[in-house]
Design a protein around this ligand. Sequence first.
Ligand code: ZN
Length: 244
Amino acid sequence: MYDVRFYKGNYSWRQKQANRDKCTAYVEQHFNASANTSSGYAVVVTGYRASETSKNWGRWYANKVGQVFNIPVAGRGGILVGGFNGRGNGNLKHTKMPAILLEPMFVSNPQHAEWVRSTAGQDKLARILADSIIEVFPDGSRIGFSIGHKYKTSRPRDRGAAVYGGGAEADYAEIVMGKAKDILENYDASASQQETSSLKEEDAPINDIRIIKDGKELWHHADIDEDDEVIWDKENLILHITTM
Ligand SMILES: [Zn+2]
């Protein structure tokens, strides 16, 4: 039901190839990194002119990562439209289909790096990616995958950020995407009752706001949806939630 293709070459070339193949959706996998080793949130980048489908898909993915790994999400409800001051937009802007760029965790953060390097963590990330595609694109079919940094013609040695404890961002991105491809290509929508019921249970907004201190949840606010305005007042350290 799903046919997953990996696209290689420079970023604009990958996107043009995905357009040519009429992909239903396009996704590029990265991991974040920072000089501050305690930085640790999930976020998804969409293009400046992303469709609502891309935005909803990105929010679904980021919030699911937040939920499963108990980490905060950043951006607006989990997405950064247009990227980090424009960085990331070029990885997506040539696509004609919904497209997102994943930054699910920080490989500079020791705890996150442990997840990224472990089979269990990789399996969870692959499952979330596959589930996000099944959720948003239930009819399939061809999905374009791009591994951030790796296989660029212009900089063939680029592997992205160094991972705490060893390895490189792009190599782990490739492992996770490979696992997601396996899940998607073996997925049978009609076969699994369990699958439908678990999806039903998840048919609720996942915009929960949580306060996490040193990895432990202190506060959880679940009564929130996309129409609420959430503003963090940096100066006074107050989070304002307003139902519009
Ligand atoms: Zn990257």
